[in-house]
Design a protein around this ligand. Structure first.
Ligand SMILES: C[S@@+](CC[C@H](N)C(=O)[O-])C[C@H]1O[C@@H](n2cnc3c(N)ncnc32)[C@H](O)[C@@H]1O
Length: 222
């Protein structure tokens, strides 16, 4: 049975393709790890999760698909169950940017190095981009995957040549200024923010977000 992924995980799988071993940290259902090997995007996968019941789901899926030889599951916090360089590409998706940053920082402090990361934070993408840079990685692709009416950042990085990003690049994507869809997304978010602010002018953080979006839109127009 072929696995179907939503647009967010499909984007992550496409960006993670090409390494022999992929590691999916926080794999939960295990769909990404199974899809990677089932479609030949990776030869083998290590699927990890801090939650044993979540990992069970991944194990069951690998079993159902006859992929147990190719998808290895390991329980543990972040990259703790993975050795230095053991995977060619590490995927961290569907977690908050703060958690992704903490996992990358901890792995770095443990002396673990990986050639590529694919990060899809569901909050605070700026923290994930910043942590990838601190781990010595540069961003090589940074897209917004539309899934069920929401946009999710999917960020691909490679070791070496880390760059200092501007505040707008950290918040809205390394290539936001060249992305012709960014003004459309930003304008949509701005009008939603304006409606919310009309009803609740003191809503926390919204006026600041509005100012940041307006600043980024001005940078695009330059
Ligand atoms: C919302 S699910 C995302 C599943 C999948 N990666 C996706 O994008 O659809 C988040 C998963 O991360 C796991 N998780 C949370 N903190 C973790 C940590 N410190 N280390 C490993 N996994 C963690 C949770 O147990 C959960 O299964």
């Amino acid at each position: 049975m072929p696995i179907r992924l939503d647009e967010r995980l499909t984007a992550a799988a496409n960006l993670a393709a090409g390494g022999a071993t992929v590691c999916d940290v926080g794999c939960d259902h295990g769909k990404l790890a199974c899809y990677m090997v089932q479609t030949g995007r990776a030869e083998r996968a290590i699927a990890t999760d801090i939650s044993a019941p979540s990992l069970k789901k991944a194990e069951r899926l690998a079993e159902e698909l006859g992929l147990t030889d190719l998808v290895e599951t390991r329980v543990g916090d972040g990259l703790d169950p993975v050795a230095d360089g053991e995977a060619d590409v590490v995927v961290l998706a569907g977690m908050g940017g703060d958690l992704i940053a903490r996992i990358l920082e901890r792995a770095c402090a443990q002396g673990k190095r990986f050639s590529r990361f694919v990060l899809s934070p569901n909050t605070h993408p700026e923290r994930a981009r910043e942590a990838a840079g601190a781990a010595g990685h540069r961003i090589v692709a940074d897209i917004a995957a539309e899934c069920a009416g929401k946009y999710y950042p999917v960020i691909s990085t490679k070791a070496g040549g880390a760059e200092k990003l501007s505040r707008s690049e950290l918040l809205f994507g390394r290539f936001f200024a060249e992305d012709e869809d960014f003004p459309v997304r930003a304008s949509r978010e701005l009008s939603e923010l304006e409606n919310t602010l009309k009803q609740n002018p003191s809503a926390s953080g919204l006026a600041e977000r509005k100012a940041l979006l307006e600043e980024a839109l001005k940078e695009c127009a330059k």
